[in-house]
Structures are given as C-alpha cells and as structure tokens.
Design a protein around this ligand. Structure first.
Ligand code: ATP
Ligand code: MG
Length: 804
C-alpha cells in the first residue's frame, strides 16, 4: 500500500524500474525489469499465455502485485493495446490505486485502460448500449435512498401493509434476485409462497417504475449489462473483441451476476448447473457468435479465506470451481507471504484453520519471526483507546514507526468514536477511512439538531434540518409557506411554526403535520425544563420523534450501523451525565461542540502522515507496518448476530484473517472487559478468535487478572451481562442482581425478560428467535433473528416485542 491516502512513500518495492530515464524520455521496461522482484510462480503468472488463469493464494502473497505487473507485461511484451485491457477491482479505492501503480509502470497510456469496479465498468458499457433496451443513455442511477423511496411508493400503490412488507426488506429480496440474475418474470415463476409472490409483484412494479423514470438501480447495472450481452450477441461481440485481457482482483468476492458477466466477456465456457438445476453458461447462440472471436485471456486472483461479502451475495464457489467454469484453466498457487513476519502469519494461519471445509494452505514468510504479538486487556473501551494512543506515541517517539505506517481496525464504524475522542485529546493526528467521522455522521447530526432546537428554539438551521426528519408530511411547499409567514411577522421560524395556521395557502394536511411536530417539540422542551438528564433527553428524542423506529424498521445494513451510532451517542450522553450530577442538556451540547470543533486535525508533518482508522471490511487488500486489531470480544468481533450461526461465524473468522494479515511488522490485539452499548455497560467475553491464536505468539502486556478495579470502582458502571464464566465476572454478575433496576424514563411498558433461544413476536417483523441479549432491565438490547427479515438489534424497552 503506497500512495493510497495521498501520503508519500519513501520506497516502493512495486516499481521495478524508473518510468522515465535521465533524458526525460519514458523507456520501455525490459522483460527482466518487468519480472524483477518476483518469484518463479509469480513470474509464471505474469507471463502466462492462453487459457484462463487463476492465481489463488493466501494474504500478502503478491496476488495484486502479480495482477498489476501482468498488465505492464501485456502492454510491453505482448504488444497489447491499453484499450484492450479490462481490470476489475472491488472498490473504487483499489481501482485508483491500481491505475496509479500501472501508470507508474507504463505512463500516460494507462489512461485509456479500463481499471474500475464492476459497477463503473457496467455504467460505461450501458451508457453506450442501453438504448437497445429502450432506455435513454442519460439514465439515472438510483442510489439506496432513491431506491427505497421508489419501493415505498410501490408498496403503497399495491396497498401493502408497510409494517408487514417493509420496503427495505422487499428491496433486499429484489437485490438478491438481481444478484442471481432473476428478472421479475423469473422471480414470479420461482415464488412458492404468498410472501414471495407479493415480493415478486413488488419487483415487477418496481422495475416498471424504474424504467418509466429512465433509471437503473445499483444491482441493475450488472444484471442489465449481462442481459444486454445475452440478448444482443453483436454487442457482446463488440466487447469481446475489444477486451482481449480481463483481470479481476479479489475474485472471491464476486457474486453470481458478476461471474456471468465475466463469462459473457471471456468467451465460451463449460455450462454448469446451478443448485436448482438450471443450466447456465450456455447462451442459445454460444455455438454461433462466440466462435467468431477467440476467448479473451482471463486472469482472476483471489483467496477463498478472505471472502467477506457473502451478505451481498458473494459466492465462494466462483473461486472453488473456476477450473470447471473455464476449460483449460490453469491454477497457480503462491505460498510465500512477503508482507508479514512469521509470527503474524502463524497467528493468522492458526485462526483461519478453525474454519471447516477449506483447502489447507501452506503460507510461509522468510521475514523472520519478528516481534511477538502484543496483547492487552483493557478495563473498558476508553482504556483500550488510551493504550493504543500511548503505544503509538511510544512507537513514533522511538522512531519504530511513523503515524502513516499505523492502522487501527475495528468491527463496526461506531467504534471509531472512542478512538477519535482520545486521539483528539492527546493531539494525535488521525484519519478515519471509509467512514464519516462520528460527529459528522448524518444520524448523529440529525439528533444533535433536535437537541439544539430544544435548547435554543431560534436555531432555525437546526430546526429546518429536522423539520421533516423522519418524514412527517411537512413538504417543501409547507416549509416555504412558513418561511414567508416568519418573514412577514418578523419572527423566528419556530414562532412562525407555532402560528402556522396564519400561514398563507397552507394545506390542511400540512397544517396538521406541523401542529403535531410543534406538539412533539414542546413536549420534549418540557422534559428539558423539568431537568431530565441529557441521556434521557437523547433517548426521548430518538423514540418520540420516530427516528429510531424508522431506522430499526429498515433492513438496510447501513441503517443498522446508524442505530449503532445512535446507541453510541446515548452512551456519550450517559457518561457525561454520570460524570456531573447537575449536567444540563446545554452543558452536554457545549461539550460535544468542543469535540466536534477540534475535529480540525492539526496539519501533520507531511512525511509522517497520520494514523489511519477503519473497519475491517475497508481494510481488505491494504497493508500497514503496525496494526492494532481492537474490540476482540465475543459479541463485538465476532459480531453479536453471527454468534448462533456457523456460516456467519466463519465469515467473521475470515474477516479476522483479513485483519491479522494486514500487519507487516507489529500486531496488537486488544479487548475491553466492559464496553458501553446504549449507555449500558456490557461485559463481553474475550473473542474466540483470541483463543485461536497460539499462546506462545502473544506477549500479554495486561491480562484480565491484572484488572483490579472491580471493588474500587462504582458498581453501577461495572455490572456485567450474564453468560460470562470467569470468576471475576460471575461475582460481578451476582452483584448485578442486587442493583436497582434503572429508572424508566418515558412512560413505557415492562421490559420482557429474554434469553438467547427464546421465540418472540414483534409487531412489525413477526416471529423471531433471540440470538443474544446485552445489558439488563430497561437498557437491555436483544439481537433477534427474524429469518428473511434479517437480524435486528432491539432496545427492548421501546420495542413492540413479546415473548411467546
Ligand atoms: P491480499 O491477499 O492481502 O490482497 P496480495 O496477495 O494481493 O495480498 P500484495 O498486496 O500483492 O499481496 O503483496 C503483499 C506485499 O508483498 C506487497 O508489499 C508487495 O509489494 C510485496 N511482494 C509481493 N511479491 C513480492 C516479491 N516477490 N518480493 C518482494 N516483495 C513482494
Ligand atoms: Mg491483494
């Protein structure tokens, strides 16, 4: 990983020769130069000619390096035209990096090469060709929010009960169909119960509406391109002739639609049967047009152990059955890891070995054993962040690493918040990649806008931000109408809202919506003037405004992480209120404003760069000298929803393998004994992945037994949830029973007492099975598996759920 974040790299082993010679002319690299710094198997892959090629190998074995180098080889040695190359990477970020690497090797000619994600490649093809299907080439691409809006309209048009048929759930189902290349007709034919029939009906209507709007959603991009190739052999022929070389990185994360797309591009292949017995791979015209052009040279690289997108339809079989899919395919294995020390590698190998049914690999490194892995058990998540910050300070002071060589990984975006706060406090520059800073996240800003409004009703910016968030029927026209009134009365927007009935031409319906919004705000304001704690106000805003419900009803994975972020915000407020007995909401907002303001990171010394924070999913394909793998607790990582589910647990383990193998020289693994969720301290057992690392490889700087603060600290913030079996924790959890139940804030029902395995009935999601329960009493949060509705995290106090 070199210049991905725009940071200069002192040495880059991926540059075999200077692209420009002393006279300023670009020189053509020689074969030796192109193969320089590669081992024999890697060279073989770079120089391979003919049938499809699969390079399958563990992490850090040079797959991406081989792919990049092969492009240079094709251009320089095989006389390939840059326009004949299509290189597919999984993320836009990886595409940018590869374009840059290839640019360094072959210069400006790299520009006309297609290096992109599947989605952007398909957009480019469709812009040129989709007129064949009657779309305009200026078609819109609907993002998630647009798609959901449309699906909501569709469900309404079909008179569906939105509680039973959550538009998000329908959309998920449709997305799965599209990933499997099932069009509405095929989906209808396959539907075999009422639910699926209804979903299929939604799909049909949704697709018609998309077409009417000259729009394609994200999944359509791939599916429509495949359909185009299949329906118009001449179009397919054009692209087959153009792309003589197709290269795909991270092949383990391709889904079925993407696989078929590659197959359509790369010429005749063996047909195969799907699990349902359908024949794929034999387009009716295969015997005809496909013979016109010899198959393109296909090279895919991947690692089944790093497949981490099954939840988006990625299909590991694509890599396992490559040789069946493509006749005369050749497979090259790479076994030497060039990235990590043997210690790091042995740890990663030991963890991934726990997954069943995988091909064993013999990945080794000659980088020497290097440092032991450093382990740390923190009292809580703040101590963990503090430890990481101190350790980074020490490493940089000792010149053992520069900040830009260091990365912190965590399982979910919300976990960055604690690190950000500690780093801001101690003045360590950092950058959060692939996620928005905590206080800049939309949902956090929305809720802060509510809070500001409660403290200062004249804050029109905050007011107008949340006027119709969540949607409550106050449209743009109504908003503008009130604005006119405010200007005429020369009052604040809030005062005008309170007198909305005087506004000109306000529809009765809008007026009713405005009045109920005013009621909501006034009742929340009373809560504040009555002296409620900041955390109680935050919770009241979340529930009474309907904000939380909207997110919880959604099955969009992004909304799930929004709920997690909001639970973090409740935790921040609760901590703040615990610190200061008389803390008001205004005090809390002031504190938050200060943290948010100091978000302006001081300019770091350029060459040293900044520490990078990211989720494990974002880390795929990258590498850093020093890696902190944090939050290694069962329920955090592996994620709570995977605990009862073997395939999901194995996917989490692959994610752990990805995380561990990002480290080149030093690896830290840490966990916290207590971590807040919804402001409730939650006691998580160590991650099972920690147990899977051989003990001889880890130097534990601090262990659970060193943790002495149980008795000295306030019991109320230290109680544990059940299920943890260490002596320390069980004594604590028995203490928990003597704690008074937390005082309910809003007028709520009794909280059902649930345990993993219980069956429950939820008003909107129907029947489900409890996977795990964190926290107690009115702070209890349960993860419940609602089958096709997905796994939901429910704050039991507010969820319409009962035990059956
Ligand atoms: P991942 O599975 O994580 O995507 P990968 O197999 O794609 O890893 P690369 O990122 O290509 O591996 O390579 C890992 C590191 O090893 C890089 O720093 C790369 O430059 C270096 N490397 C690869 N091959 C060699 C080699 N033959 N000699 C020296 N260094 C190498
Ligand atoms: Mg790679």
């Amino acid at each position: 990983m070199s210049t991905l974040f725009g940071l200069p790299q002192l040495t880059d082993p991926d540059r075999p020769s200077p692209p420009v010679d002393e006279t300023g002319r670009r020189h053509q690299p020689s074969p030796d130069e192109l193969l320089d710094g590669l081992n024999p198997s890697q060279r073989q892959a770079v120089a391979h000619e003919g049938g499809a090629l699969l390079v399958v190998a563990g992490a850090g074995s040079g797959k991406t390096r081989v792919l990049t180098r092969r492009i240079a080889w094709l251009l320089a040695q095989r006389g390939a035209h840059p326009g004949s190359i299509l290189a597919i990477t999984f993320t836009n970020k990886a595409a940018a990096e590869m374009r840059e690497r290839v640019g360094e090797l072959v210069g400006g000619r790299a520009r006309i090469m297609w290096v992109s994600t599947f989605h952007s490649a398909c957009v480019r093809i469709l812009r040129r060709e989709v007129a064949r299907f009657g779309y305009g080439s200026n078609f819109s691409i609907y993002d998630d929010a647009d798609a959901r809006r449309l699906m909501t309209l569709v469900c309404r048009d079909l008179d569906l009960d939105l509680n039973r048929y959550a538009p998000r759930a329908v959309l998920n189902w449709v997305s799965n169909c599209k990933n499997e290349l099932l069009d509405p007709q095929a989906a209808t034919d396959k539907a075999h119960n009422h639910l699926e029939e209804t979903y299929a009906e939604c799909y049909t209507t949704y697709q018609t509406r998309l077409r009417d709007a000259n729009a394609l959603d994200f999944d359509d991009l791939i599916m429509t391109t495949v359909r185009l190739f299949q329906a118009f052999p001449d179009v397919r022929e054009t692209y087959r002739r153009r792309f003589r070389h197709v290269l795909v990185d991270e092949y383990q994360d391709t889904n079925h639609a993407q696989y078929v797309l590659i197959r359509e591009l790369c010429g005749p292949v063996n047909p195969r049967r799907t699990t349902d017995g359908d024949l794929v791979g034999a387009a009716p015209d295969d015997g005809g047009t496909s013979s016109l052009t010899a198959p393109a040279e296909l090279m895919v690289v991947g690692d089944a152990d790093q497949s981490i997108y099954a939840f988006r339809g990625a299909n590991i079989r694509n890599i396992l059955q490559f040789e069946e899919d493509f006749p005369n395919a050749k497979t090259i294995l790479l076994e030497q890891n060039y990235r990590s020390t043997q210690t790091i590698l042995s740890a990663a190998n030991a963890v991934i070995a726990e997954n069943a049914g995988r091909k064993p690999k013999n990945l080794w490194s000659d980088a020497g054993d290097g440092e032991l892995i450093i382990g740390y058990v923190a009292d809580n998540e703040h101590d963990e962040a503090q430890f990481v910050a101190e350790e980074i300070d020490r490493l940089t002071d000792d010149d053992a690493a520069r900040p830009s060589d260091i990365a912190i990984f965590y399982r979910t975006n919300a976990q960055s918040r604690v690190f950000e706060e500690v780093f801001i406090r101690v003045g360590l520059p950092y950058k959060v990649v692939g996620g928005v800073r905590f206080y800049e996240r939309r949902e956090v800003r929305d809720v802060l806008a509510y809070l500001r409004l409660l403290v200062n009703p004249d804050d029109s910016v905050s007011l107008r931000r949340i006027l119709n968030v969540p949607k409550r029927g106050i449209g743009d026209r109504a908003e503008a109408g009130v604005d006119v009134l405010a200007q005429r009365m020369k009052t604040s927007y809030w005062t005008a809202l309170q007198r909305a009935r005087d506004a000109p031409e306000l529809a009765t319906r809008s007026l009713r919506c405005i009045e109920s919004f005013v009621d909501l705000v006034e009742s929340l304001q009373r809560l504040v003037t009555d002296g409620a704690r900041p955390d109680e106000v935050v919770e009241a805003v979340l529930t009474q405004s309907g904000y939380l419900k909207e997110l919880e009803d959604s099955t969009d994975p992004q909304d799930e992480s929004r709920v997690e972020n909001l639970s973090e915000l409740v935790a921040v407020a609760r901590e703040f209120a615990d610190e200061r007995d008389d803390a008001t909401l205004a005090d809390f907002l002031e504190r938050v404003a200060l943290v948010a303001d100091s978000d302006q990171i001081p300019d770091a010394d350029e060459a040293d760069g900044v520490v990078t924070m990211m989720t494990l999913h974002t880390a795929k394909g990258l590498e850093f000298d020093v890696v902190f793998l944090t939050g290694l607790e069962d329920g955090v990582f592996p994620h709570a929803r995977s605990l009862g589910d073997q395939p999901e647990l194995e996917e989490e383990r692959r994610l752990a393998y990805v995380g561990l193998t990002r480290a080149k020289q030093r690896l830290y693994v840490s966990r916290a004994l207590v971590r807040s969720a919804w402001g409730a301290p939650q006691h998580n057992p160590p991650s099972r992945f920690l147990d899977e690392v051989p003990v001889t490889l880890v130097d534990w700087r601090r262990t659970a037994s060193a943790q002495t603060s149980w008795d000295s600290s306030s019991a109320s913030s230290r109680y544990a949830s059940g299920g943890y079996i260490s002596p320390v924790a069980s004594s604590v959890s028995s203490r928990r029973r003597t704690l008074p139940a937390a005082k309910p804030t809003a007028g709520t029902r009794p909280v059902p007492s649930l345990a993993p395995g219980n069956r429950v009935l939820h008003d909107s999601f129907g029947m489900g099975t409890v996977v795990s329960v964190d926290g107690v009493a009115d702070k209890a949060v349960a993860s419940v598996d609602f089958g096709s509705g997905g796994v939901k995290r429910l704050l039991l106090r507010f969820s319409p759920v009962e035990k059956i």
